[in-house]
Design a protein around this ligand. Structure first.
Ligand code: FES
Length: 167
């Protein structure tokens, strides 16, 4: 179950503080391990769903790695994100087979329906929209993935059905 954004409730802040406490414990336990930065960043992203600036500063301080270096690693790997993601990450394949069979139209339909661009997240943090490069199902292009679930031969007219299946 996902967290709802309830800005007027102090519970959220407590929850976030707990996450930072857990992160601090993890980072401290990794301090002396060479090459700990990337595993720590992965753990942090799993913990928060993205990499908040505060967490990056904490990691920089505790691992004694300059912040610029931490930020550089985060920027280098597309896997890492410094913006919050939605509960469901929708990835539209833009590999050749999917592109020529209408992947672009599927993407446009999703952008219109969700009112966000590629790399964006809906205000309710339910969906994030991304593009991918070949999910290995070219024979049934165009392909869309929602988290780990694959949808094949997707038509623009069917994007609402796909989204509704995640209500
Ligand atoms: S090009 Fe889209 S699955 Fe291969």
């Amino acid at each position: 179950m996902t967290e709802k954004t309830v800005t007027s409730c102090a519970c959220n802040e407590v929850h976030e503080d707990e996450l930072y406490e857990r992160l601090l414990t993890i980072v401290k336990s990794q301090r002396t391990i060479p090459g700990a930065l990337i595993p720590v960043l992965q753990t942090t992203q799993n913990l928060f769903g993205y990499l908040p600036q505060r967490a990056l500063h904490m990691i920089s301080k505790e691992l004694k790695i300059p912040y610029s270096e931490v930020a550089g690693v985060v920027g280098f790997y597309s896997y890492f994100s410094t913006t919050p993601k939605g509960k469901y990450t929708i990835r539209v394949c833009m590999g050749t087979a999917c592109y020529v069979r209408g992947g672009q139209d599927v993407l446009k339909a999703l952008q219109k329906k969700l009112q966000i661009g590629v790399g964006g997240t809906t205000p309710d943090r339910k969906y994030s929209l991304e593009i991918g490069r070949c999910f290995g199902a070219c024979g049934l292009a165009p392909v869309v993935m929602v988290n780990d679930e694959t949808f094949q031969s997707v038509k623009p007219s069917k994007v609402s059905d796909i989204l509704n299946s995640f209500e």
